[in-house]
Design a protein. Structure first.
Length: 97
């Protein structure tokens, strides 16, 4: 994870399992108050606990009026989100033309 003064970029792990949920939670606590950009392009497997942590973090960032953006997602990550009924379209970075 790379951090700037008021922004944090985080590349999500390939396997987002129960153990990674704890790691993600800690990383989000450490980044609280900063704008955050997530890269989910390398996610090969995602479990519900990590999805719950991500959704909770997105809501916390929204409440704090901070930017919480996902720049890229893997097909596996998208499939898991669809299976559990989570829509993250509003969090995806918009391409500028």
């Amino acid at each position: 994870m790379a951090a700037k003064k008021n922004a944090t970029t985080m590349k999500l792990a390939a396997v987002l399992d129960l153990n990674e949920a704890t790691v993600l939670h800690r990383a989000f606590l450490d980044a609280r108050g900063k704008n955050i950009t997530l890269d989910a392009s390398g996610v090969e497997r995602a479990g519900v606990p990590c999805i719950q942590v991500l959704v909770a973090a997105a809501r916390a960032w929204e409440a704090d009026t901070r930017t919480f953006t996902i720049t890229a997602i893997s097909e596996a990550f998208q499939k898991t989100l669809s299976l559990v009924g989570v829509n993250i379209d509003h969090l995806l970075a918009k391409e500028s033309h």
